[in-house]
Write a protein that binds this ligand. Structure first.
Ligand code: NOJ
Length: 572
């Protein structure tokens, strides 16, 4: 890639900040974050230097899955504020040149959405076909565990949150599909009216001035004809081979792009589990700006999948991420992220959240800001927030954790309660959902009331106020690296080349754009490690662009890297 080959897009040059509104900042003492709370912190976002905010759902919702169960797409849930508050937020962000992308959750609605309330009334209701209804299967002798005697669900698909992906509805004696919770029935995308309703709704938000969408589980929309059983009974989620990347998914997404996205030059980021680079390039051809992919977030799954703990070595992580760095070429674009509201804290998972908390948090910041793609910062990662030390399930709020843990317990998959808690501490989505730590005041300055989920006890040390005061803090490092990313076409558009792929501690790569080159050297370990500069360094005049330890500016030939040391050089 050279300067003249660059296909410039605003969203390629942006740094995105993800806000989980429920846990960001509460202004009314309810214990739940709100829109006014975000408005209060727009200046904070500007100081950090981010260009785009991705807001997790704030639409009207019964809250079975913290807003991913929407009961009205065009209303703001009152716990977060009003539409006027939201409009004020958009205006305040735009005043500071920060764009806003909203979460688009259209694989499913809430069962309390009027469409579903109608749909379940009768088999000939005009909304019946908005959802996926089927008769159960007759099984001789034994009844399906969740339906009336003698009936099993229509197929063997499972829900991500555990148990069958179907629930029986007494009113009409049929079953409806829900790949997530039973309160999240799947929409029927085969139905043209459904698609038109969704496109109208998207257009309505775009007309209000938003800049794009983060698209929830977007590669799940198309289900195959006949809804066949999955033959892969050992899959992480049985049925995923059928409902992920289904037969008509590209028709739907290209139609959506043409009808609503393209006219607004909007940014789209699709959440896409189970795709390879070839599939991602095909989604990009549909018009998807970029995709969240998950290979790197599965490496620590244990023998029982997500709800057991496994270990991985650095070469595997490099392989997983380098695959995407190298695999999209000019036909796609990466979303670079290490965590979000569904994952444990990045520092606890990929760094060392004890002795090397600050060093490793800065190393992860370096990685995010120097890999090829659009970087995403999840709220609190810029402070070095860590997983929560759960002592009991009473502290857990998340439907996914609670349901899956209950099932795993029933099936005897935990040796004992200690193992169960260990898995929750490492894995639960609630690790990322504890309140943002603003100060060392009570409840970390997040709320004057009782927070909806406990605050991490390390807030007295790890908080925005303390971080901003300290020149060498994780926060100030993030801010500098965000600036560096902005200043550099090389870091945004340059090609990625990996060195020493099998090295167990070092992650070394270059970024190259025409005759410009940068070198990134990361020691992803607790021990000092010898750094063998690749050949490209020989004879180059190296300028230090960033480092998380104090190093001589021209120390590129220095061969020792301290624990979790990160350096970025420009090679001239
Ligand atoms: C992915 C979202 O990020 C997650 O929080 C949610 O539970 C599921 N999709 C279902 O919408």
């Amino acid at each position: 890639m050279t300067q003249s080959d660059i296909d410039r897009q605003w969203w390629k040059e942006a740094v995105v900040y993800q806000i989980y509104p429920r846990s960001f900042n509460d202004t009314d003492g309810s214990g739940v974050g709100d829109i006014q709370g975000i408005i209060e912190r727009v200046e904070y976002l500007d100081d950090l230097g981010v260009d785009v905010v991705w807001l997790n759902p704030i639409y009207e919702s019964p809250g079975a899955d913290n807003g991913y169960d929407i009961s009205s797409y065009r209303s703001i849930d009152e716990q977060f504020g009003t539409m006027a508050d939201w409009e004020e937020l958009l205006a305040k962000l735009h005043e500071r040149d920060i764009k806003l992308i909203m979460d688009l959750v259209v694989n499913h609605t809430s069962d309390e959405h009027i469409w579903f309330e109608e749909s379940r009334k009768s088999t000939d209701n005009e909304y019946r076909d908005y959802y996926i209804w089927r008769e159960g299967r007759q099984v001789d002798g034994e009844g399906g565990p969740h339906g009336p005697s003698g009936e099993a669900p229509p197929n063997n698909w499972e829900s991500f949150f555990g148990g069958p992906a179907w629930s029986y509805d007494e009113q009409t004696g049929e079953w409806y599909l829900h790949i997530f919770d039973s309160k999240q029935p799947d929409l029927n995308w085969e139905n043209t009216e459904v698609r038109e309703e969704i496109y109208d709704m998207m257009e309505w938000w775009l007309e209000k001035g938003i800049d794009g969408f983060r698209m929830d589980v977007i590669n799940l929309l198309s289900k195959p004809d006949g809804l066949p059983d999955s033959e892969d009974e050992d899959a992480l989620v049985v049925g995923a081979d059928h409902f992920m990347n289904g037969p008509r998914i590209h028709d739907y997404l290209s139609e959506m792009h043409e009808e609503v996205i393209e006219p607004y030059d909007a940014m789209t980021v699709g959440e896409m589990a189970n795709v390879d680079a070839e599939q991602a390039r095909a989604y990009s051809a549909d018009g998807m700006s970029m995709a969240f992919t998950f290979d790197h977030l599965r490496l620590d799954f244990g023998p029982n999948g997500r709800w057991s703990h496994g270990t991985f070595e650095l070469p595997e992580l490099k392989r997983a991420m380098s695959y995407w760095q190298e695999g999209l070429g000019d036909e796609g674009w990466n979303a670079v992220f290490l965590g979000n509201h569904d994952e444990p804290r990045i520092l606890s998972r990929f760094g060392n959240d004890g002795v090397y908390r600050a060093e490793s948090a800065k190393l992860l910041a370096t990685l995010l800001m120097t890999l090829q793609g659009t970087p995403y910062i999840f709220q609190g990662d810029e402070l070095g927030m860590t997983n929560y030390p759960f002592e009991s399930l009473d502290e857990v709020r998340d439907v996914d954790t609670l349901k899956n843990v209950r099932i795993a317990r029933e099936e005897g998959r935990f040796a004992d309660e200690t193992e169960m808690l260990d898995v929750v501490r490492r894995r639960s989505r609630d690790n990322a959902r504890t309140p943002m730590q603003w100060s060392d005041e009570e409840y970390a300055g997040f709320t004057d009331g009782e927070p909806w989920i406990p605050v991490n006890p390390n807030y007295e040390k790890v908080n925005v106020e303390a971080e901003r005061e300290n020149r060498d803090s994780v926060w100030n490092y993030y801010r500098r690296l965000v600036d560096l990313h902005h200043e550099s076409d090389l870091l945004v558009y340059g090609d990625y080349d990996l060195y020493l792929p099998e090295h167990g501690e070092l992650w070394v790569y270059t970024r190259t754009l025409g005759d410009e080159q940068a070198l990134v050297a990361l020691n992803v370990s607790d021990t000092s490690t010898t750094f063998e500069p690749p050949d490209v360094v020989a004879g180059a005049d190296a300028e230090l662009l960033a480092a998380n330890y104090t190093v001589d500016a021209d120390a590129v030939e220095t061969t020792d890297l301290q624990p979790w040391e990160a350096r970025v050089y420009k090679l001239n």
